[in-house]
Design a protein around this ligand. Structure first.
Ligand code: UT7
Length: 330
């Protein structure tokens, strides 16, 4: 039987510090009611100063490993999806490998903004399917609090910090990743980006004063593309695999806005109890949203469950993954 890449363990971590809507009201011209109604977010987690993205990822990975018979030395590849790496280089995956003691692993980072985890998951799956790797860690981790201007009400209400990780192993029982589809549209760069800090606009005193090292988003434009992109690609992958809403156990959507999630679920014909939503507690943790959903729901998942994962983010970059869950939750 064909070798498929199955998720065999999940780990997660969110920082202890909670940033509520009430606190954000004291920083920016916004209010709790608007944030809840327009985004579904009530609070998010914020990493303490002095800690970095890899620190959250290491806790998530150790949480994952504690649910497996393996140690870090059994991992052969680490892919870290992030838009807030510890450093521009080296890759955060390398730092994670060093901190957990993954002495026999190589690794690299992947940037597809909010779709990063799904891109990394698809990439990691290729190494399993080809038979060259037996245990691949896919991490999604972001410290969005360093990317946010807390006086900008367009963005500061949305984002939070967190990390999630999954282990991929070969499966020959018909479970694992069945299908996936990804799309990009580089013209979307204008609507969601971090203007300064790259080669196009290197960091300078002037642009830091102008706050160009923070996220800039034209929210309503991104919203329209996100609703269409996520719903279209999910519907297409379901259709070509002969899946109806009855066959799908859970939709696992990127958590950017509850209204985008609801629109995607509605197009797929999925009722609320079949949709993983934790945006009210964590906000948008960018690359960590999907693994944090799996982490929160892992007890409810059963071997053979059909899951549809979907994400949309800066780039624009978006996609959907269809997988069959490979084990019974604890
Ligand atoms: O994960 C990566 C991809 N990102 C996304 O998917 C995010 C997509 N976008 C969104 O989620 C939404 O567009 C936002 C939550 C960012 C904004 O919601 P919206 O319903 O699109 O609001 P809007 O930008 O169209 O603004 C509507 C009104 C405006 O006032 P007027 O012009 O109608 O008087 C804004 O000035 O709401 C105002 N507004 C706010 N009011 C209170 C915008 N932000 C806020 C705020 N608090 N934080």
């Amino acid at each position: 039987m064909k070798i498929r890449a199955a998720i065999t363990a999940v780990g997660g971590y969110v920082p202890e510090r909670v940033l509520t809507n009430a606190e954000i009201e004291t920083m920016a011209d916004t209010n709790d009611q608007w944030i809840r109604e327009r985004t579904g977010i009530a609070e998010r987690r914020i990493l303490d100063k002095g800690r970095a993205t890899s620190d959250m990822a290491v806790i998530a990975v150790n949480d994952l490993l504690s649910r497996t018979p393996y140690t870090a030395a059994d991992i052969s590849l680490i892919i870290c999806a992030t838009v807030s790496p510890d450093h521009v280089y080296p890759a955060t995956a390398n730092i994670i490998a060093d901190k957990i003691g993954a002495t026999k692993s190589w690794g690299f980072d992947m940037n597809a903004a909010c779709a990063g985890f799904l891109y990394a998951l698809r990439t990691g799956a290729q190494f399993i399917e080809s038979g060259t790797h037996q245990r691949v860690l896919v991490v999604g981790a972001d410290t969005m609090s360093i990317r946010v201007d807390y006086e900008d009400r367009n963005t500061c209400i949305l984002f939070g910090d967190g990390a999630g990780a999954v282990l991929l192993e070969p499966d020959t029982e018909g479970n694992g990743m069945i299908d996936a589809q990804f799309e990009v549209d580089g013209s979307g760069c204008a609507y969601l980006q971090q203007p300064a800090g790259g080669s196009y606009e290197p960091v300078s005193v002037q642009n830091v004063r102008a706050k160009r090292q923070f996220i800039h988003q034209e929210g309503s434009t991104v919203y329209k593309f996100a609703v269409k992109g996520m719903a279209d690609v999910t519907e297409e992958v379901m259709k070509r695999n002969g899946l109806t809403h009855e066959d799908v156990r859970f939709l696992v959507p990127h958590q950017a806005n509850k209204r985008i999630i609801d629109a995607t679920a509605s197009r797929a014909g999925l009722p609320p109890e079949k949709v993983m939503i934790n945006i009210q507690r964590y906000g948008n943790t960018t690359c960590a949203t999907i693994p944090l959903c799996l982490w929160d729901w892992q007890k409810q998942l059963r071997k053979g469950d059909n899951l549809m994962l979907a994400a949309f983010g800066g780039g624009f970059a978006w996609g959907s993954v269809y997988l069959k869950w490979a084990y019974d939750g604890e």
